[in-house]
Design a binder for this molecule. Sequence first.
Ligand code: MF3
Ligand code: CO
Ligand code: CO
Length: 260
Amino acid sequence: MLAEVKNARELDKMRAACRFAASVLDFIAPHVVPGVTTSELDRLCHEFIVAHGAYPAPLGYRGFPAAVCTSVNEVVCHGVPNQRALVEGDIINIDVTTIVDGWFGDTSETFAIGAIPEEAQRLVDVTREAMWLGIREVAPGKTIGDIGAVIVALARRHGYSVGEAFCGHGIGREMHMPPQVPHVGRRGQGLSLRPGMTFTIEPMLNQGTAEVEILADHWTAVTSDGRLSAQAEHTILVTEAGFEVLTMRESAWRPADLEL
Ligand code: MF3
Ligand code: CO
Ligand code: CO
């Protein structure tokens, strides 16, 4: 499997694109409250993105009808925004992919609406932790399989399943490029990482089955048992020293012992 290695000039473009994608999550966070509809969140993100001279990559991508993906509760990913108002106790992943000067950045976070059940919070926390465990595997000479291996191990330890229908992906001048980055895997298997590669890590963890169904809108993927699913996503660069989280935000949760 091939994966593009980007040069210093290209990486500066990626840094700017990813920083902007992350800023959209900072912008939308205070709006993610009870009573707001996912369409309204989509509209706000869309306006913010174009007001900054960027473009929302999902819009029109293979017919996707909105600027962001909004995945509520049992929605695993690719939720199409709609008129349903969020209510206290919901969890919602907002997945932002933006194009800045031809370069893509991709990041998502799962937000809690008001007070949520302890079981939902635990799923959200473990999902974020699984993403970070995966990120911390990233270094020259490590493999794609190392990333999936640690993610699936943590998920299983907590009794969660890991979605296999959707993967992380290379990213650059396109949203989805080689390599595929599965969130399950075996140590030492798959592509060897090299400095200059950029890809996403975006695990989806489920309380119950990992099996998904696609709704009639052709996009929204839901767990086939209706139980909760959570996701977290960052765009990552492989560096000589290990990794750089290109979509990091000051405000975002990170492991306590990690300096960025
Ligand atoms: N952001 C999604 C990802 O992480 C892709 C969204 S494309 C869409 O890969 F068309 F589904 F919106
Ligand atoms: Co992605
Ligand atoms: Co995404």
